[in-house]
Design a protein around this ligand. Structure first.
Ligand code: NOJ
Length: 747
């Protein structure tokens, strides 16, 4: 024993000396903090103004504020650093979701670019602007999978597909945070988890998601963002399987901490402790606090529930102070990684907003996010046409920016009308301008009469319609997915003049506008594209740039088909030839429509499939070839190479977006009819061909299913692995086209 003690002491000394210096500083700070100071550190309050109450809270050690910018940040930070007992700096947060001043397309539009490098670049440039205002923590990216376009927040995420959202979320994290040891802008991946599955597409609503589906569909984008280094995570508002996410121990502890070993910060959503009372999961804030802290929810956003209830709970022995220390440790670590202890202030002098680099990236992102849905040949416009530019989004400096942009200047936004004025000035078109509507919900027959009169003088009518920005985003859910107001009537009246009509839709979600699209000559689906959307759209319409956006989400024909997504299961009775409503003879009692899975009015097809998008040339996809027909199960280092030659059969250069899909024909749990596993953007000159190659390993074929011998329903009974058998592989222009090659995954 005598010999062992000095050895132990030596080992402890070595351990202390080798401990990361930041962790040592954190330990030192925590050892000096009172319980009150620790709890204050775990609280984030909504600022936006200077008050004595807030100043006192900051003096008492408040951890964070959201919504302040610039001088206000420096004001509170000075108090934190100079007047709080331990001088711990605060971290200031804000929802910088798709740009700070320079606005990029809404995230759903960014996903339509299928361009990871560009999305990363947009996030990097966003960080450049936000940090100048003192914002060091953004509540982005939102990686909730959304398969219901009624849900207003579909605008804020990357669409319906887990693989695409995972890639986009990770790229965004890399862009915000940078590669240096000092993180520039901390990302906060949200909303953990399942929020996008809100019943009926109604925000904040209940979600019921079986664990295999959580693991297969909803969790991977969070894991990908964490693997990309995301410093923080936000809990969702929804209750998941009966437990509000702000206190869902199974997800936040068992999976996030114990299984994934996540060591970053976990913050609640805004006032979500209070929401737990309304969810009916606890009677008061003290109970909410107990449930949340036990799930290791580390920072309480805009609630005063941790102050004072956490201290009471510790004193009553219901919460261990070690757990509090763990939370504070994660908060302080983020502050160290942001370099706030060395550089707590922001320099508000000479801000560099809207610089050329940002504007160029914003324009390119808007160009690449626009999806050409239909074109009967009217686009691109021929030389020097007379164009009528009209519609509620033609000149709307606020709405084209979409949801979540607090800090943009409307005056810096360039609309389509402004861009076409420039083309007119340069003598490349003759412009007739008449909006005919100032906001999307407006109804005014007189305006329509005026538009039809002007349309007769034009060679082509460019109608910019869609949704005002306030109709999508948080709490903005819709039951109808049509063009608001009398836009459809206006479009029909204009078309009745016999002039070609190009409809450009700027919206926060997919709209069910098949009838409007049928009526016009071309449709560009542009989402809300931000500061530079005007020049971007003009370039596309005039053919200076060829469209390259692809749909990141399935467009249903009608609301009644929702939820509709490409990677659905086959069902036991898929349809090949549906008998439709109007095909059923009236009164034919003996007529059989069979027994297949579809809707009588619409069959089983969407308006447009996931991954769809046209351009100004045509691409022919050759057959998919595989490097082998057998993939050995112990895949590494084995992989299959799937390749395909794509030929540009038109007469101009454009970007093809080949997508790699697989199907696992037989699984111990039924498998989707297609799953995206890769994509590329490749520029192909007119008349030329390019061969694209994708690698596939057994890991790419793995999915979550029950471990052998386990009964359905037991949590933690799942395993992620591939199962031997036959697989199909497509390299296709979208989720509905192509002919698969086949291979066997062999045991
Ligand atoms: C509520 C939203 O759900 C969340 O996404 C946002 O970051 C916070 N409010 C803070 O504004």
């Amino acid at each position: 024993m005598k010999k062992i003690l000095p050895i132990l002491a030596l080992l402890t000394l070595i351990a202390c000396q080798t401990k990361d210096p930041v962790e040592q500083k954190i330990d030192q700070l925590i050892s000096q903090m009172t319980l009150d100071e620790k709890v204050a550190q775990m609280t984030q309050l909504a600022g936006g103004q200077i008050t004595e109450d807030y100043e006192n809270l900051v003096r008492a050690g408040l951890g964070s504020m959201l919504n302040n910018v610039g001088n206000e940040i420096n004001h509170y930070q000075r108090i934190a650093v100079e007047e709080s007992r331990l001088g711990i700096p605060m971290v200031f947060a804000r929802d910088v979701i798709h740009g700070y001043r320079t606005i990029y397309p809404i995230p759903l539009g960014q996903a339509a670019t299928f361009d990871l490098a560009l999305v990363e670049e947009a996030a990097r440039l966003t960080a450049n602007e936000a940090i100048q205002a003192g914002i060091r923590w953004t509540f982005s990216p939102m990686v909730d999978i959304a398969r219901d376009p009624r849900w207003g927040r579909i605008a804020e995420g990357y669409g319906e597909d887990t693989y695409l959202a995972s890639q986009m979320g990770a790229a965004t994290v890399r862009g915000y945070q940078g590669q240096d040891s000092i993180i520039r802008l901390a990302a906060c991946v949200k909303h953990f988890v399942g929020y996008g599955a809100s019943e009926g597409g109604r925000d904040y609503n209940t979600t019921w998601i079986p664990e295999v589906q959580l693991r297969e569909t909803y969790l991977p984008p969070f894991k990908a963002a964490i693997d990309a280094g995301a410093l923080s995570l936000m809990c969702a508002f929804n209750d998941l399987n009966g437990v509000p996410m702000s206190a869902n121990k199974h997800l936040m502890k068992d999976i996030l901490r114990d299984e994934w070993h996540y060591t970053g910060l976990l913050v609640s959503d805004y006032a979500s402790s209070e929401n737990m009372i309304k969810h009916g999961n606890c009677a008061n804030l003290k109970e909410a606090t107990l449930l949340s802290i036990n799930a290791q929810m580390e920072m309480d956003m805009e609630n005063r529930s941790y102050i004072p209830h956490l201290k009471e709970l510790v004193n009553e022995g219901l919460v261990k102070e070690e757990l509090i220390d763990q939370c504070v440790r994660d908060i302080l670590r983020m502050k160290f990684r942001l370099g706030l202890f060395d550089n707590p202030y922001c320099s508000v002098e000479h801000p560099d907003y809207y610089n050329a680099e940002s504007l160029q990236a914003a324009q390119r992102a808007a160009e690449e996010s626009a999806v050409l849905l239909k074109n009967n040949g009217v686009l691109p416009l021929n030389a020097q046409p007379t164009v009528l530019v009209c519609g509620p989004l033609a000149h709307n400096q606020h709405d084209q920016n979409g949801t979540w942009c607090f800090d943009k200047l409307d005056s810096a936004t360039i609309t389509p009308l402004m861009a076409f004025r420039q083309w007119d000035k340069e003598g490349k078109i003759r412009l007739i301008e008449q909006l005919g509507k100032h906001w999307s919900r407006e109804v005014n027959e007189q305006n329509t009469v005026q538009l039809t009169r002007l349309a007769k003088q034009a060679d082509v009518v460019l109608y910019f319609g869609g949704e005002e920005s306030i109709l999508s985003g948080e709490a903005r859910c819709r039951a109808h997915l049509d063009l608001p107001g009398d836009q459809s009537e206006q479009i029909r009246a204009i078309k009745a003049t016999g002039k070609p009509v190009v409809l450009t839709v700027m919206a926060g979600r997919p709209l069910c506008i098949g009838a409007d699209i049928d009526c016009v000559d071309a449709t560009i689906y542009a989402f809300h594209g931000g500061t530079m959307q005007g020049p971007a759209l003009a370039n596309l319409i005039m053919g200076k740039v060829a469209p390259s956006g692809r749909l990141p989400v399935t467009f249903p024909q009608t609301v009644g088909q929702i939820p509709m997504y490409y990677n659905k299961k086959n069902s036991g009775r898929p349809t090949s030839n549906p008998v439709l409503y109007d095909d059923i003879p009236v009164g034919a009692a003996q007529f059989s429509i069979g027994a297949d899975s579809y809707w009588l009015e619409y069959g089983d097809k969407p308006l447009y499939p996931f991954g769809y998008g046209l351009t100004y040339t045509t691409f022919e996809y050759g057959p998919v070839t595989l490097s082998d027909t057998i993939l050995p199960f112990d895949s590494s280092p084995h992989c299959l190479i799937a390749s395909c030659t794509i030929t540009n059969t038109g007469n101009r250069e454009a970007v093809a977006v080949p997508q790699l899909y697989i199907r696992d024909l037989v699984g111990s749990l039924t498998r989707p009819i297609r799953e995206l596993k890769g994509f590329q953007r490749i520029t192909i000159p007119a008349g030329e061909a390019r061969t694209v190659r994708f690698e596939l390993t057994a890991d790419d074929l793995a999915y979550w299913h029950l471990a052998e011998g386990v009964t359905l329903g037991a949590d933690g009974a799942y395993t992620c692995s591939a199962e031997p058998g036959e697989f199909h592989v497509w390299i296709a222009p979208n989720a509905a086209e192509g002919t698969p090659a086949k291979f066997i995954l062999q045991d």
